[in-house]
Design a protein around this ligand. Structure first.
Ligand code: ADP
Length: 324
């Protein structure tokens, strides 16, 4: 191993130490708001609330039992859509479904319920990261217990996005040591990519996301050039108002309705180094990077989980959750 390897390991170790001495609580901004939805709310209404608040996920609260009842995410809406596809005659009922029926919907379409993991806000951030990688959760609720009533309370939710931002902003001295290019690290996915075109239907893309268990599909042209990206969160405005029949619309139509605050798409090159990627994460709202060649042709995709996995686990002894 050369000096570059040594430096790279030094950078990784620095970041890992940082994650062990900081808590999940440290990631939270000084002041924030948290929208919690009652489990008894109609699914249809919950969609509007998310859209009105400009958010894509919210913790659920079971007010009968005064308990945290899981996290509502775009996956739940995708499940409802799958239910609609399997039982199109049920459309009248779908309109009446409440958030508490989400578990029944999972059962009806035969998907495994997502594990509702949570972490205590004062535990090391490293632990939250490990748990996210293990369960493939993209976000994790911080749940504390009220000293007086003994009841659970949801403090906030942290995402892979927030954690990587937090790492990037506070560890420049370490991330600058990560000089190895993406190509050499094998960071991301380069084979068997799920893609679609502007003319594909929204439903086709949703089925791809389900099949591959991914949260975004690059939209390419006939020369494999990247035009856009359809994300799981793009599904939310598509079914606003219970307009499930509009899912047969094309990706092009759906993307033209995207909210103005859409963060944009970030690309990188296989020769880009990890330190440069951290610079991008520090400065921008990156949720994933599309790897392209000099002609903007699709080569691969680097998800935040790919980056988090590498930063946490590369070269560690116990690779039990790396899957290799
Ligand atoms: P995250 O878990 O960060 O939300 P994804 O769910 O999109 O990211 O990605 C999960 C895994 O699938 C990652 O290893 C990523 O490289 C890979 N992946 C992401 N998008 C695609 C795609 N369109 N085709 C094939 N693999 C993908």
């Amino acid at each position: 191993s050369g000096p570059l390897d040594k430096e790279q390991m030094q950078g990784l170790r620095g970041v890992r130490e940082f994650l062990k001495v900081r808590t999940s609580y440290d990631v939270l901004p000084l002041s924030f708001r948290l929208v919690v939805l009652d489990n008894n709310l109609l699914i249809k209404k919950s969609l509007n609330i998310l859209i009105q608040n400009g958010i894509v996920s919210a913790p659920l609260w079971d007010s009968q039992n005064s308990a945290f009842a899981g996290l509502l995410t775009s996956t739940d809406f995708i499940n409802v859509i799958q239910y609609y596809c399997q039982f199109p005659d049920e459309i009248a009922h779908i309109d009446q479904f409440r958030l508490s029926s989400l578990r029944d919907i999972e059962r009806a379409i035969g998907v495994l319920p997502l594990e509702t993991v949570s972490v205590h806000p004062m535990r090391p951030l490293y632990e939250a990261c490990r748990r996210m990688l293990k369960t493939r959760a993209r976000r994790i609720p911080l749940v504390d217990r009220d000293d007086e009533t003994g009841r659970e309370m949801v403090v906030s939710v942290i995402t892979q996005y927030r954690i990587l931002k937090f790492i990037a902003v506070n560890n420049e001295q370490y991330t600058m040591l990560l000089k190895k290019p993406v190509r050499e690290l094998g960071l991301g996915t380069y084979k068997d990519l799920a893609t679609a075109t502007m003319g594909s239907s929204v439903l086709d893309v949703i089925h791809l996301m389900v099949k591959y268990n991914i949260s975004a599909v690059p939209i390419i042209d006939e020369n494999n050039k990247v035009l856009n990206l359809f994300e799981a969160v793009d599904v939310i405005p598509c079914i606003k108002g219970g307009a499930y029949d509009e899912l047969s619309a094309t990706v092009g139509e759906a993307l033209s309705r995207r909210a103005e605050e859409f963060g944009g798409i970030y690309t990188c090159n296989e020769d880009d180094r990890l330190d440069a990627i951290f610079d991008t994460i520090r400065k921008s709202r990156v949720h994933r990077l599309i790897v392209v060649d000099d002609d903007n042709r699709l080569k691969g995709i680097i998800s935040l989980s790919d980056i988090l996995k590498y930063v946490l686990l590369y070269g560690e002894e116990d690779d039990d959750i790396r899957g290799n």
